[in-house]
Design a protein around this ligand. Structure first.
Ligand code: ADP
Ligand code: ASP
Ligand code: MG
Length: 432
């Protein structure tokens, strides 16, 4: 495949109404007219996926995951068909494809499927016929021939997977903010745009709540060496490049002269955590394995785990872990038989937890970052419930309603506040 191919992905806000679809179409056509072969990935319009999920729960308390995927996959198909019409009206030939038609093969995990293979021959054929190819994001076809979806934000992963398959120069992610910021601009309006970030830092950011790029899309990009350019769909300026660490380090070094305190790259947050505590877990080998095994079988993603030291040998311990709030019920159900089998005294769930994280490759070589994080949160009167670290990240679980204060305090304390602030279109209003 020639190297002049580009993948352009537009998120929900960027295709929310007819005017935005037409303006995305113009941008797509401009790329084609500049001589590039263009593959486009689109998300469902506006809040369509949320609406479809609400429709499902209006009908049934427990919608079957297979049928959920049939339903959810329609949102992105609508966007693609409409955008193809807009592109045709601009005098170019476009063809819209579902994920399945585009050759995206996944495993059978409905609503959280993983891409196994991309058989891009139909896309390549259409590009060879001088067409602009529009692919419905967030979906694929499973090895059992059922429609699957890739988890919330999954169109990013579709885009990166296609970029790898067609050997595109770059995967452009067009969204409603001008790039990846030092913090979610909806919470911290003084957040600064990051020009270049490494896959490693972006992985930690996405994993700890920066929804601007889906975690799996960053994993896929790193594994396949896809360069991501995350940028605004509303203005033409350069956004954020997500690239290998060596390249990011070189770019950051040249920036260091002008930016103070490069120790921390970003402060991220999540407000969708639940904490599950098991009280009185027998202190015997194999207990933790049974607990984690039951959760893994139920496909519940466990984040932080803490087990305290029992006061004496042979007395029961307590174990706490965090899960995404949406998985809390599944976690409770999966653990019920283990609780009975091991004679665990009680299971308690706290659904109102949040998490704040600081991320930066600089902390590998600079001690004292954790101490500063704890001190800053302490000064804000914010209680730290749980802590976890990686070589380039420190995360603290805190009460959900203190998350915005925690983000702003850490962002300021680590000198990330910038001058070029932005005001997102929809303010961070629904902090529910
Ligand atoms: P899209 O529909 O284009 O995929 P998303 O809503 O998935 O858009 O992602 C963009 C949003 O991500 C922004 O509006 C912003 O509120 C949020 N966000 C969270 N953390 C960050 C961050 N560190 N930098 C930029 N945006 C962020
Ligand atoms: N429409 C899906 C969602 O809202 C996928 C995406 O936009 O990436 O999560
Ligand atoms: Mg998204």
């Amino acid at each position: 495949m020639s190297s002049d191919t580009v993948v352009m992905k537009f998120g929900g806000t960027s295709v929310a109404d007819a005017e935005r679809i037409r303006s995305a179409a113009k941008r797509i056509v401009a790329k084609r007219e500049a001589g590039q072969r263009v593959v486009v990935v689109l998300s469902a319009r506006g809040k369509e996926t949320d609406r479809l999920i609400a429709d499902a729960y209006e009908i049934s308390e427990r919608p079957a995951p297979r049928e959920m995927d049939m339903l959810l996959s329609t949102g992105e198909r609508v966007s693609c068909a409409l955008a193809a019409m807009a592109i045709n009206d601009l005098g170019h030939e476009a063809i819209s494809l579902t994920g399945s038609q585009a050759g995206i093969v996944t495993d059978t995990s409905h609503t959280k499927a993983r891409i196994l293979d991309v058989r891009a021959d139909r896309i390549v054929e259409a590009l060879d016929q001088d067409r602009i190819v529009l692919v419905a994001g967030f979906q694929g076809v499973s090895t059992a021939k059922d429609v699957t979806t890739l988890g919330r934000g999954g169109s990013d992963t579709t885009a990166v997977a296609l970029a790898a398959a067609v050997e595109a120069d770059v995967c452009e992610i067009y969204t409603d903010v001008p790039g990846v910021f030092t913090s979610d601009p909806r919470i911290e309006p003084h957040a600064r745009k990051i020009d270049v970030v490494s896959y490693e830092e972006m992985l930690e950011m996405s994993a700890s709540g920066a929804g601007v790029l889906q975690l799996r899309s960053v994993e896929y990009a790193r594994n396949h060496g896809v360069r991501i350019h995350c940028r605004s769909s509303f203005d033409p300026g350069d956004g954020t490049w997500v690239v290998p660490e060596s390249e990011a380090a070189a770019a950051q070094q040249s920036q260091e002269q002008s930016v103070e305190n490069p120790l921390i790259t970003a402060v991220t947050h999540s407000t969708v955590e639940a904490r599950v505590t098991l009280i009185g877990v027998p202190d015997t080998p194999g207990a933790a394995g049974k607990i984690a095994g039951a959760l893994a079988d139920a496909r519940v993603n466990v984040d932080m785990i803490i087990q305290n030291e029992p006061p004496q040998d042979d007395t029961p311990a307590d174990m706490s872990f965090t899960v995404p709030r949406d998985d809390a019920q599944a976690a409770e159900e999966a653990l019920a038989p283990v609780v009975a089998e091991l004679g665990i005294k009680a299971l308690r769930t706290d659904p109102d937890m949040g998490k704040v994280s600081v991320i930066g490759a600089g902390m590998r070589t600079h001690p004292g970052v954790a101490a500063k994080v704890f001190r800053v949160l302490g000064e804000e009167g914010i209680n730290i419930e749980m802590i976890s670290t990686s070589p380039i990240k420190i995360s603290c679980v805190v009460a959900r309603d203190r998350v915005p204060d925690a983000v702003r305090a850490l962002h300021g304390a680590f000198g990330l506040t910038g001058e070029d602030t932005i005001r997102p279109e929809e303010p961070f209003g629904q902090f529910t």
